[in-house]
Design a protein around this ligand. Structure first.
Ligand SMILES: Cc1cc2nc3c(=O)[nH]c(=O)nc-3n(C[C@H](O)[C@H](O)[C@H](O)COP(=O)(O)OP(=O)(O)OC[C@H]3O[C@@H](n4cnc5c(N)ncnc54)[C@H](O)[C@@H]3O)c2cc1C
Ligand SMILES: NC(=O)C1=CN([C@@H]2O[C@H](COP(=O)(O)OP(=O)(O)OC[C@H]3O[C@@H](n4cnc5c(N)ncnc54)[C@H](O)[C@@H]3O)[C@@H](O)[C@H]2O)C=CC1
Length: 442
């Protein structure tokens, strides 16, 4: 059986490795237009902000590794189109050479592309996006110019907040813009985002919320950002207003979700039984929503790649769905969430209740300590947990995984009230905040 994989980043890599490691009789062809693969985008803000020494270790594999496993891999090669009837993929290398690849099974792992506001001046030098390794290199090059003093970041979601921190760490004047009234509005409720915004302001980032960019001004290079509320001198602009699924190759042939992502079943199969879609170009099943959704995360990309590969290899495997667990750490302030915030639940028509608690991580007699905020969101009727958010200067990241499982397994808030949670003053309180939040749920 011959499988062609279009897109060899996180999703495509996971699918290829699963096929090559588990089904040796599989013929695997991998195609990607980029010059590199496996770049960890999350590392961009870390090395631009000089929190790590270089970007060298932000790649976890390479082309040679797949050739050694027997795959045929073609980088710097763009798939120009797919004939789904003849089951042929048409490719063009950067040097202009073209070739075709027939397939028995096709995996679309073409990912996502940054949403690009079509504003006047968008092609001026100094206006950047942040998706690829090359984009990070370019932003880093501009940040290294001492004449670059004023940085505007448009979009205060994950990428925007992280790169704003990086620019601040590089000594720049940073303005952070967002259409919403707070940062991270898609993932957290205000009780949490206000904490992040206070943290950003404490570190000197100027917040401009409910303010929309309307144009970039300059001659060859951007020098002014125009918004619906004012004009600001800028030397560097970074757009981070979200990604959209890259459905270019299959949008005419395959069923699409509301936002254009490929519709897939729990086997990652599209409406064409010989075509699978994985990662940012496909939907996921949200256990919180109990419905299909679009959640572009590397973690979802990898798991969907594994599921598709096993189904192609002959092992029927269903995706168990996701909760969209995610985390962020900015100037040492940590926030993690899984499932739905109250805001997102209500936006999706769920009737939910929630319980909040705030306390120190450890007993007051411990020297090392910090406050922790927790919110658990649950469906009012069924009382099943649908979301959780935690925030602290402590590392609270491990706590969110329990809630991820609770959502997946439809555990009710009442089941958490007397859950066995250990006590040790080094780690937590005798009455820890998970128990206290659950006990205070109405
Ligand atoms: C700055 C940044 C930070 C991030 N941080 C995190 C994080 O901390 N945690 C997290 O979970 N997620 C994070 N993400 C999101 C994560 O990177 C994506 O969810 C992940 O990359 C999706 O993987 P993918 O393989 O589905 O798609 P992509 O990474 O978009 O890869 C798609 C690939 O397909 C190729 N391709 C597309 N069309 C064609 C074609 N026609 N011909 C040939 N090749 C083609 C592209 O070249 C690309 O290599 C971050 C993203 C960015 C940009
Ligand atoms: N720690 C993590 O898990 C990380 C995950 N990612 C993922 O990468 C993807 C892309 O990240 P982001 O680009 O940050 O998307 P995002 O969806 O997280 O944030 C986009 C932000 O832009 C704002 N926005 C939209 N249109 C706007 C406009 N016209 N003007 C001003 N603001 C506008 C939105 O309100 C939102 O706050 C996301 O799926 C995210 O989950 C990225 C970085 C880190």
């Amino acid at each position: 059986m011959k499988t062609v994989i279009i897109g060899t980043n996180h999703a495509g890599i996971a699918a290829a490795n699963t096929l090559l490691d588990t089904y040796p009789d599989q013929e695997v062809v991998m195609i990607d237009k980029n010059t590199n693969l496996s770049y960890l985008g999350c590392g961009t803000a870390l090395w631009v902000g000089r929190q790590i020494d270089s970007y060298e270790n932000l790649f976890y594999t390479n082309k040679e590794a797949f050739a050694e496993k027997g795959a045929r891999i073609s980088l710097e090669t763009t798939v120009t189109h797919v004939d789904f009837d003849k089951k042929i993929v048409y490719c063009e290398k950067n040097d202009g050479e073209t070739f075709e690849e027939s397939y028995d099974k096709l995996i679309l792992a073409t990912g996502s592309v940054p949403i690009s506001p079509n504003l006047p001046g968008k092609d001026l030098k100094g206006v950047n996006f942040l998706k690829l390794f090359q984009d990070g290199q370019e932003v880093d090059r501009q940040m290294s110019d001492p004449n670059v003093k004023n940085v505007a970041v448009i979009g205060a979601g994950y990428i925007g907040v992280e790169i704003a921190e990086a620019a601040k760490r590089r000594g720049k004047e940073v303005k952070l813009f967002d259409a919403e009234p707070t940062s991270l509005a898609s993932y957290y409720d205000d009780w949490f985002t206000k904490g992040m915004d206070a943290n950003l302001e404490k570190h000197g980032i100027e917040l401009h919320y409910e303010e929309l960019a309307t144009a970039y001004k300059g001659t060859d290079h951007v020098d002014t950002l125009v918004t619906d509320k004012g004009e600001y001198p800028v030397d560097l602009v970074i757009n981070a207003i979200g990604f959209r699924p890259n459905n270019e190759l299959g949008k005419e042939h395959l069923e699409l979700f509301a936002n254009g992502a490929y519709q897939v079943d729990r086997h990652q199969q599209t409406s064409d039984p010989d075509v699978y879609a994985i990662g940012d170009c496909a939907i996921v099943y949200s256990n919180a929503l109990q419905a299909e959704a679009y959640i572009a995360l590397a973690t979802n990309a990898v798991r969907s790649g594994i599921v598709a590969a096993h189904n192609i290899g002959g092992t029927p495997l269903e995706s168990i769905g996701v909760q969209g667990s995610n985390g962020i750490s900015i100037f040492g302030y940590n926030m993690v969430s899984t499932g739905l915030s109250v805001k997102m639940a209500e936006k999706n028509g769920l009737k939910v209740s929630y319980t909040d608690f705030e306390d120190l991580q450890r007993p007051g007699f411990m020297k090392e300590n910090a406050k922790v905020k927790i919110r658990i969101v649950y469906e009012t009727e069924s009382r099943r947990v649908v979301g959780a958010q935690l925030a602290s200067e402590e590392d609270i990241s491990m706590g969110i995984h329990m809630f991820s499982l609770a959502i997946e397994e439809k555990v009710t808030i009442d089941k958490l009230k007397l859950l066995d949670i250990f006590f040790l003053p080094h780690f937590n309180q005798p009455y820890n905040y998970i128990t206290m939040a659950a006990l205070s749920a109405e």
